[in-house]
Design a protein around this ligand. Structure first.
Ligand code: PHB
Ligand code: FE
Length: 348
């Protein structure tokens, strides 16, 4: 049987073809383009390759294949969120765990079957190195017309031989207000003129903005904006932006459609307030992947997602979700040491 793909043989990638330096950054180790036009990449003992349909990940004790659209949507979030809180599982096998300064890159580490078979592998890498490598991968592997942040109904195909790029989309900055959207010098509400038309699923959302009349001297401190109007104009999905900050309390609303491209393993609890429509959350044990719950969140529902779970959401039409995060760097250790419970509230 001959394989159609240059790099991902079942014996692992062609080590000889791995070049030491990369044009974009000296941190990045990559190969020349394969016959489909895509470069291969290496990070520690992990190697990455793509062909027309798939992303291939290999490590000393195993190999893994993912549909490349799923892979690109996941790596896009991991980069844009700078490895996020806790674990970003690309699927049930491969992912990253953030230690805020360095990152574990793992395969099978949070998968009972891989652990029992001793096929799991993990490497710890400095954040700048994984950031540069993942950015080089997404830039090389994303074709013109495919936006990993867009809903599948609003973007082109990820598949096929290499054809152009979409650097403007894949290097998008996440919106993070310093204080609150609308305050002078901070992030501003969206409009047609700033390039954010109302999304097709939110045409019924009122675009009326509140009137604000601050007393003289308070212009810098008093502001208001319509959160629903703001969200109705989001051009991305599954990408919480920070719209207000009060010390460690971050309001991170987002618009959701189709499937959350990662399975998020929490390292703290998060509150979800479903602002519109409906999301089904599959909730599993964070470390083994064993099923824990299915949560159907309808407009107005509030849920606390504990620190010891992982979850993935399914949104059949575009919906609005408010994620409330506690950004304190002390929380993971307080939970790991047992000083704080993994759930923020006990009922009954
Ligand atoms: C989460 O993992 O909590 C999460 C991530 C992205 C979203 C929503 C929720 O868009
Ligand atoms: Fe989460």
């Amino acid at each position: 049987m001959s394989t159609d793909t240059a790099a991902p043989t079942h014996n692992g990638p062609d080590e000889a073809a791995i070049a030491v330096a990369d044009a974009d950054s000296s941190d990045v180790t990559s190969t020349a383009a394969n016959k489909h036009g895509y470069r291969g990449f290496a990070l520690g003992a992990f190697a990455f390759a793509r062909d027309e349909y798939f992303a291939y990940i290999t490590w000393p004790t195993g190999q893994h294949v993912m549909s490349v659209d799923t892979f690109l949507r996941a790596i896009q979030r991991d980069i844009a969120w700078d490895f996020f809180y806790g674990i970003v599982n690309f699927d049930g096998v491969f992912g990253t765990m953030n230690h805020y300064g360095n990152v574990d890159l793992f395969a099978g580490r949070y998968n009972d079957a891989y652990r029992k078979a001793e096929l799991d592998h993990m490497e710890n890498v400095e954040t700048p190195i994984i950031r540069d490598t993942f950015t080089a991968i997404i830039k090389d592997w994303t074709n013109e017309g495919f936006d990993p942040f867009a809903s599948p109904a609003e973007t082109g195909s990820a598949f096929g031989p290499k054809s152009g790029n979409n650097d403007a989309a894949v290097t998008r900055q996440r919106v993070t207000a310093a204080r609150m959207v609308g305050l002078p010098g901070d992030e501003q509400p969206r409009s047609d003129d700033s390039g954010f038309p109302v999304n097709r699923h939110f045409l019924d959302v009122s675009q009326q903005e509140p009137q604000v009349n601050p007393e003289p001297g308070y212009e810098d401190r008093v502001a208001a904006f319509s959160l629903k109007a703001y969200l109705s104009r989001s051009d991305v999905t599954w990408n919480p932006s920070v719209v207000s900050v009060c010390r460690d309390s971050l309001m991170c609303p987002t618009t959701e459609e189709y499937i959350l491209p990662i399975i998020h393993g929490n390292d703290r609890s998060e509150w979800f307030i479903q602002l519109s429509d409906e999301i089904t959350w599959e909730v599993e044990d964070r470390d083994t992947g064993r099923k824990r719950a299915t949560v159907v969140a309808k407009a107005g529902d509030v849920a606390a997602m504990p620190a010891d779970i992982r979850h993935q959401g399914y949104s059949p039409k575009r919906s609005m979700l408010l994620v409330w995060e506690n950004n304190s760097g002390e929380i993971p250790e307080l939970i790991n040491s047992g000083q704080v419970k993994p759930q923020p509230v006990d009922f009954g």
